[in-house]
Design a protein around this ligand. Structure first.
Ligand SMILES: [Zn+2]
Length: 71
């Protein structure tokens, strides 16, 4: 589910809303549809030490040699 942060143009409230497909996001405070999408604060962190290394998916992925050029 895509979760987007918005700032309301009318009341300047901030909200994080799930927006699917062509649905219009509405301000939860004033109901305005004049929302500006903000850069997500939840951008995926790359290179996290907690996650498994992910290669290109090929069975002979070069990740086995220390790094995958396809990724
Ligand atoms: Zn509003």
């Amino acid at each position: 589910m895509p979760l987007f942060a918005f700032e309301c143009v009318d009341c300047h409230d901030h909200a994080e809303l799930l927006v699917s497909g062509s649905a219009t996001a509405l301000c939860p405070s004033c109901g305005s549809s004049s929302l500006e999408k903000q850069p997500s604060a939840f951008a995926p962190v790359s290179g996290g030490a907690m996650s498994e290394p992910v290669g290109c998916g090929a069975s002979s992925c070069c990740m086995a040699q220390g790094g995958c050029a396809q990724n």
